[in-house]
Design a binder for this molecule. Structure first.
Ligand SMILES: NC(=O)c1ccc[n+]([C@@H]2O[C@H](COP(=O)([O-])OP(=O)(O)OC[C@H]3O[C@@H](n4cnc5c(N)ncnc54)[C@H](OP(=O)(O)O)[C@@H]3O)[C@@H](O)[C@H]2O)c1
Length: 302
């Protein structure tokens, strides 16, 4: 039986659920929003509407996406209509589930927080991960020249396939390499979901007027910055928290989904590189924690 609140919710059969880093942090009790166990993780899904409230724009049988925040690793889900989105034309269910959290976050970060202009140079860190691979695709689709900074070996072909113009292995001397690739000028924007060791050199990689987007700390350590460096070089370090932004700007969910649907119409396809049956969700999260996922993992149901 559906929960009592389901009458004014959209009920959907979940066909695919994205595996997200915030899901992992939530299960480890390390996320900013705590959930009391037992709970079902899962913040992004694609599925088919079973029932929709009268007057909503959704109808039985329609393919949709949903951003429930929690509970998505499930066969059936009830979601308030405000968190349900049309499925972009051209995506299958797994790709639909994969275009929510990461692509929305980086679209928000690049456009609303960094004010990306076509032709600017964007350095993406953690670029073989979920946020990084989405950032390469979105930055490229918005007209940037993209440098993919990467720690893991054997990822160059994958990164170039996403649209990276240059691949910069994050080893000793990477800053000089990145500077050479920009004729000494540096980059306009750094997308940083990693933090940790590379942060200082990432600030140095910025050209005057450059913006470093703080997205997360997958590398473990939360870096600090000496603000005189920002003043002396006219560069900015900019926080980009999508969930927090949505809390006070809920209309941005649909606006960003519509903007991404246009990029999908232009050919963008999220890189679903690993699929797991729904009942192996715990294994998928463990693989994400162990750094085994290049690109994006998705749970599939049916
Ligand atoms: N700000 C927001 O609104 C928002 C939204 C969603 C997620 N996030 C955050 O973004 C971060 C990344 O999420 P994700 O989905 O991209 O995770 P992911 O798929 O696991 O990727 C994390 C990346 O971090 C790099 N990395 C991991 N451990 C590292 C280490 N010890 N040293 C250096 N690099 C390391 C890896 O880079 P390589 O690819 O180079 O190997 C990996 O690709 C998380 O902290 C997550 O919570 C923030």
């Amino acid at each position: 039986m559906d929960a009592p609140e389901a009458e004014d919710h959209v009920v959907l059969d979940v066909r695919a659920a994205g595996i997200c880093y915030p899901d992992l942090l939530l299960t480890q009790g390390r996320y900013q929003a705590a959930a009391q166990p037992p709970f079902v993780p899962g913040s992004e899904v694609a599925g088919v509407v079973v029932r929709a409230p009268a007057g909503s724009e959704f109808a039985e049988g329609q393919n949709v996406l949903a951003a429930p925040g929690i509970g998505g690793y499930a066969e059936r889900l009830a979601v308030p209509p405000a968190f349900v989105l049309p499925m972009p034309q051209g995506l299958d269910f797994a790709q639909g589930a994969a275009i929510l959290a990461n692509h929305q976050t980086v679209h928000f970060a690049l456009t609303r927080r960094a004010g990306l202009l076509a032709g600017e140079k964007v350095l993406v860190l953690g670029s073989a991960g979920g946020i990084g691979s989405a950032a390469i695709q979105v930055a490229k689709a918005l007209g940037a020249r993209v440098l993919a900074g990467v720690r893991r070996d054997h990822t160059e072909e994958f990164l170039r396939g996403l649209g990276a113009d240059e691949v910069v292995p994050l080893r000793e001397g990477w800053l000089a390499e990145a500077k050479d690739l920009t004729a000494g000028a540096g980059v306009d924007i750094v997308v940083d979901p990693v933090g940790g060791d590379v942060f200082d050199d990432a600030v140095r990689a910025l050209s005057p007027g450059g913006r470093l987007l703080v997205l997360g700390f997958a590398g473990g350590a939360i870096p600090t910055v000496k603000v005189n460096r920002l003043l002396l070089r006219n560069v900015s370090v900019v926080g980009a928290g999508w969930g927090e932004f949505l809390r006070t700007n809920p209309a941005a969910l649909r606006e960003t989904a519509d903007a991404l649907a246009e990029l999908v119409a232009g050919g963008l396809r999220p890189p679903v590189t690993a699929t797991y049956p729904l009942e192996r969700g715990a294994e998928a999260l463990r693989d994400l924690a162990a750094g085994k996922i290049v690109g994006k993992a998705v749970l599939v149901n049916g």
